[in-house]
Write a protein that binds this ligand. Structure first.
Ligand SMILES: Cc1ncc(COP(=O)(O)O)c(C=O)c1O
Length: 454
């Protein structure tokens, strides 16, 4: 029997794919055995979900007739299984460090499948990118000079670059460059035969397609300027930022509308949240962007087709949708006041990390009791804390009502943690070993079983 722990009247039950729902609701003993074997928390990965997400997005792109290059944003999760799944499904990989690059290459990616983004590429990273002739998104005129210094003196393949635009709607961002700096880089590339300008890139914070449509308008102007100067760009790359729907949209709105400072043990509602219950799926978001009108009235999709441009994109979170859960074992429940408890878990908020950003993972955890609860068990109100000595080590600052008091050995499952939550901040604080990460596959009898995530 599983139970959702929630704010009464304003639950945020996770949207679960059938396989996960079945595992959590019907296979508690198996989950308990897995945690006993691999420790708490255990991060479970479904690489096939990433392939399903990829198929949905490529379906939208094909429908619109737009040529595309989809790169999985490897930063979103450390799982090699997810990387391998992306490559196996024909996607490329967006690498933002030497180590992501090496992982992708170890798993068989060649330069044609790689794009490197990020503002702070080291010389060693540039050298390995040049070595495999990966596409490089250049963040600044300064990076362009560093890159030019590292290009082989002569004879090597021409190095393809994108220039990362900082659209006017992100004027205060430290990422990318304004139009004037793009023009400066173009004049530098014009005099450098070892470089080829392949197009413009941007990645914006926030999750609205409208801000991307605005940026595309600016990119289109620069693309046409560059063509007039004799360049032959072939790509506009819109980065990532496609949304995930973690919880039902209406339930989310009810929750947001009813939030009060007293709902939080801190006495404060966080200032901002990821849009956990947004109105659009990643596919709908992409359709909206492709239909968005350009200044000349053409849709973005028609513009790309008529101008012979490839749409590049690097979704991270959206491709990890439903591809992972994090399972924590309950350590102890402690009373901290009348009708107030803290549930300590084996593990820490570094493995469910939104509170470290002053926010909250607005998805309710699911309680999987280790043994049948007593018939007369009563609900309790509690927040969730990790096993470290840091006051801030809190997985959930919200007061949750647990339908029955959790007991040591029970499990708390956080669903859909693949997109940054589960491993962005994980570490070995207190010398606790790093959480295990395993891939869930089906055995010969169609039952879920674990394999190493290598
Ligand atoms: C340059 C770049 N591209 C892509 C992404 C992926 O974004 P998301 O996971 O929101 O799709 C990021 C995330 O920070 C990024 O910085």
């Amino acid at each position: 029997m599983t139970m959702h722990c929630h704010k009464p009247g304003a639950a945020l039950s996770p949207i679960l794919r059938p396989g996960t729902a079945e595992l959590v609701a019907g296979k508690g003993p198996l989950l308990i055995e897995w945690v006993a074997r691999h420790g708490s928390p255990v991060n479970l990965i479904w690489p096939d979900e990433l392939q399903r997400n990829l198929a949905v997005l490529t379906g939208v792109l094909r429908e619109s007739g737009v040529a595309h290059a989809l790169y999985y944003g490897a930063k979103v999760n450390k799982s090699p299984g997810l990387l391998a799944a992306a490559l196996c499904a024909g996607a490329g990989i967006d690498v933002s460090s030497l180590y992501e690059l090496r992982d992708a290459r170890r798993l068989g990616a060649d330069g044609t499948q790689l794009v490197a983004t990020g503002p702070a590429k080291t010389a060693a990273f540039h050298i390995e990118l040049i070595d495999c002739n990966a596409l490089i998104s250049v963040d600044s005129p300064e990076e362009l000079e560093d890159l030019i210094r590292l290009l082989p003196a002569g004879g090597g393949p021409v190095q393809a670059v994108l220039l990362r635009l900082r659209p006017t709607n992100q004027a205060r961002s430290r990422f990318g460059m304004p139009a004037a700096a793009i023009r400066h880089c173009l004049s530098r590339i014009a005099g450098e035969s070892r470089l080829r300008f392949d197009g413009l890139h941007f990645h914006l914070s926030g999750y609205s397609w409208e801000s991307r449509a605005q940026a595309v308008g600016e990119a289109a102007g620069l693309i046409s300027e560059s063509r007039a100067q004799g360049f032959a760009p072939c790509m506009i790359d819109i980065g990532g930022g496609l949304p995930i729907q973690y919880v039902d949209q209406r339930a989310y709105q009810v929750h947001l509308d009813s939030q009060m400072p007293e709902d939080y043990r801190t006495g404060k509602v966080p200032a901002s949240f990821y849009p956990y219950g947004g109105g659009l799926s990643a596919a709908e978001w992409l359709r909206c962007l492709l239909r968005a009108p350009m200044a000349d009235g053409r849709s973005f999709a028609n513009y790309l087709v008529h101008e012979g441009l490839v749409l590049g994109m690097e979704p991270g979170r959206a491709l990890a949708d439903q591809a992972a859960i994090s399972v924590f074992r309950v350590l102890r429940v402690k009373a901290v006041g009348p009708d107030a408890h803290v549930v300590f878990v084996e593990g820490s908020s570094f493995s469910a990390c939104e509170t470290w950003f002053g926010s909250e993972f607005l998805v309710d955890p699911i309680l999987v009791p280790a043994i049948s609860p007593p018939v007369a068990a009563k609900p309790i109100r509690a927040y969730l804390a990790g096993h470290s000595c840091l006051d801030e080590d809190v997985l959930c600052n919200r007061w949750l009502t647990f339908p029955i008091a959790p007991r040591a050995g029970d499990l708390l499952v956080y669903a859909n943690t693949g997109g940054y939550q589960m491993d962005l901040l994980e570490n070995e604080f207190h010398r606790h070993p790093m959480p295990s990460r395993l891939c869930v596959v089906q055995d010969a009898k169609g039952q879920p079983t674990l394999v190493p995530d290598t």
